[in-house]
Write a protein of this length. Structure first.
Length: 95
């Protein structure tokens, strides 16, 4: 049977205080908000919600990894930069 996560539980899990923020997050991440006929209580499917959170976390980690690679590929352009970098590397190797 499919498990439900009601909006209030989803709010606290994502750290939101407002229902509109949670609804926007669901809309942006492809999570459908459902409700039973004749009921005002809204919910999302647990499996769909967890997949969206995992996908969001993976995207964040990939972005951070790309930023780190970009930082490690820095090569000084001018003579002053090269001299400064060499001084820093010498000082750090002495420690």
């Amino acid at each position: 049977m499919l498990q439900r996560i009601y909006l209030q539980s989803g709010l606290t899990e994502l750290g939101y205080k407002d229902r509109r923020s949670f609804k926007r997050w669901c809309e942006n991440n492809g999570v459908e908000i459902l409700s039973d006929n004749g009921s005002n209580k809204m919910y999302v499917l647990e499996e769909e919600f967890k997949e969206a959170k995992a996908r969001k976390a993976n995207d964040y980690l990939k972005r951070k990894e790309a930023e780190l690679k970009k930082q490690n590929n820095y090569k000084p352009q001018g003579e002053h930069e090269k001299k400064f970098i060499s001084i820093l590397t010498r000082k750090s190797s002495e420690l």
